[in-house]
Design a protein around this ligand. Structure first.
Ligand code: ARG
Length: 556
């Protein structure tokens, strides 16, 4: 059953305005809650209505709103109609609202909010989301961490909305670093260390060989030669490279699992070595490839030689670059998946890179370049663990776990936890994700563990708004699905948690008459279900109360 209060309002309006209800639904929105005054539940924006109308004479909006309100009638659903600032406001029959919302939350379960009329008629799409994409043997820095949790959120949300999602991890698994790594491993690598802790060992080798190569020209030369051998397809060199890659991926999978993240495809720059050459040929055949005096080749995106819009796509030795490989990868994914949308999640430092890639695809004649989208995020400074700067994702996870365990230990818990490590990790991860998702993704911020684990201030929102808050979950999902910003969902969930905490204190279940107890239980079940849905979308695994810490409530 679709509760469809918005639809009920839209149907009334449709009769008066002679417009199909479908066109009206997105002009109707939930009214923000105010603690100071009683407000309506929904409002119709008259401005947005007029945008849909071709009549451009635009008489006074307020007069329009009044006239419209006079023509509408209260019914079993709408109990009050009034006008606000350029809006017509609607109040819903309280009893009906409470009952319907609770019933719907329970009935729709994990689909609550997603079955809303806001999403109806949304065509099912095929969506590629590329995220995380660390570089083998290099640091897994906080930018990769953000890409991982943001990309996971976007993929979760799209999937929940019924789209087919393909999650791709595009590894930095090619380039000079493998020349260095190959040489370094031959000089001071250990097979056992590689097998037992590949990411750590490869990183150590990489750091060491970099140092050596800076002092010793012969090491640098050997590295160059090793990379050349890779580029030329030397079997021995390639098999070592393959081993580095395979072992690293195995380890990544294990660590991503702790985050609840998975990928459908582990792709990487190495896949596009040969295909990049085809891209270069294609660019050449279209007359888009310009050779420079240095022997490199560029594409001039402005068409007038503006140096800021020139993109280098070939080195002087004929090999490809990052951008060339991205062109090849995009074309390949289109062939393979025929996607409707492709989303790349990286920090904003790569904004220009993606703009250039998309533009090059366009001038190459690929109209689907418009389906590619870059979701950028801001830079986070100062994330440190006990081992220093973040080098491995696993370090961050261990740090979160440890800090949360300490937090839990500082609170006098009476009972022992069955699985304190896991509990600490899950709760700590939730803390990390929420502090990151609170703001606009594009904003930079300075990382602090205190910010992650701060105790929460109470917003003191009133209990009687709970049902109304619940009712607006679909709009929050809708907003996030429009701009990919998780903060809409985050602030909603936090407010709901506060409300639930207030409700929990006031609305006792124990010692209440059975029908009251039943109704209250119903309410809490509904709250829990919505919290779980929201958290899962964000990439947080909801905790079962049984397994979580008894003194937990003291921390929130
Ligand atoms: N490996 C890259 C880095 O660490 C990110 C890759 C982003 N994706 C892409 N298709 N270029 O910066």
């Amino acid at each position: 059953m679709a509760c469809g209060f918005r639809r009920a309002i839209a149907c009334q309006l449709s009769r008066v305005l002679n417009l199909p209800p479908e066109n009206l639904i997105t002009s109707i929105s939930a009214v923000p809650i105010s603690q100071k005054e009683e407000v309506a539940d929904f409002q119709l924006s008259v401005d947005s209505l007029l945008e849909k109308d071709n009549d451009h004479s635009r008489p006074d909006i307020q007069v329009q709103a009044k006239r419209l309100a006079e023509k509408l009638r209260c019914d079993t659903v709408v109990s009050e109609i009034s006008t606000g600032q350029r809006t017509v406001n609607f109040k819903i029959n309280r009893e009906l609202l409470t009952k319907t919302v609770l019933q719907q939350v329970i009935e729709d379960g994990s689909k609550y909010g997603l079955k809303s009329e806001l999403f109806s008629g949304l065509p099912q799409k095929k969506i590629v989301v590329e995220f995380s994409s660390p570089n083998v043997a290099k640091k897994f820095h906080v930018g990769h961490l953000r890409s991982t949790i943001i990309g996971n959120f976007i993929a979760n949300l799209k999937e929940a909305l019924g789209h087919q999602v393909i999650r791709i991890n595009y590894l930095g698994d090619w380039g000079m670093q493998f020349g260095l790594l190959g040489t370094g491993f031959q000089l001071f690598g250990y097979e056992e260390k590689l097998q037992s802790n590949p990411l750590q060992h490869l990183f150590e080798v990489y750091v060491q060989v970099n140092k050596e190569a800076a002092d010793d020209k012969s090491v640098a030369k050997a590295a160059q030669e090793f990379f050349q051998r890779l580029e030329l397809g030397d079997v021995q060199a390639l098999s070592l490279w393959q081993k580095f890659r395979d072992l690293s991926i195995e380890e990544y999978i294990r660590v991503y699992k702790r985050l609840g993240v998975y990928f459908d495809e582990y792709s990487g720059e190495s896949f596009y070595r040969e295909k990049s050459q085809e891209v270069l040929k294609l660019l050449e055949s279209k007359g888009l490839l310009l050779k420079t005096i240095k022997g490199t080749a560029v594409v001039d995106l402005s068409g007038n030689g503006d140096p800021s819009s020139i993109c280098t796509v070939m080195r002087s030795d004929g090999t490809s670059l990052y951008a060339t490989r991205d062109l090849a990868a995009a074309i390949d994914r289109m062939d393979k998946y025929n996607f409707d949308t492709m989303i790349y999640v990286t920090d904003k430092g790569q904004e220009k890179h993606f703009q250039q890639v998309f533009q090059m695809l366009k001038i190459m004649g690929y109209d689907w370049a418009e389906r590619c989208q870059h979701v950028p995020f801001g830079v986070v400074q100062g994330m440190k663990t006990r081992r220093g700067d973040v080098t491995f994702l696993e370090d961050v996870l261990n740090e979160i776990q440890l800090r949360m365990l300490q937090n839990m230990a500082s609170i006098k818990t009476t009972k022992e936890l069955k699985n304190p490590q896991e509990t600490a990790e899950r709760v700590g991860l939730a803390a990390l994700i929420i502090q990151d998702f609170k703001g606009l993704l594009l904003s930079d911020y300075k990382f602090s563990w205190d910010r992650v684990f701060q105790s929460r201030g109470d917003t003191g929102v009133f209990l009687q708004y709970t049902h109304a808050r619940l009712h607006r979950f679909d709009e929050v999902l809708y907003k996030s699905s429009q701009d990919f910003q998780p903060r809409h969902i985050v602030s909603y969930l936090l407010t709901l948690s506060h409300l639930a905490a207030v409700a929990h204190k006031t609305l006792q279940i124990k010692d209440s008459p059975p029908e009251v107890a039943g109704a209250r239980l119903h309410l809490f079940k509904a709250v829990r279900s919505v919290l779980a849905n929201g958290m899962k979308l964000l990439g947080i695994t909801p905790m079962e109360f049984r397994s979580c810490c008894p003194g937990w409530s003291a921390m929130v």
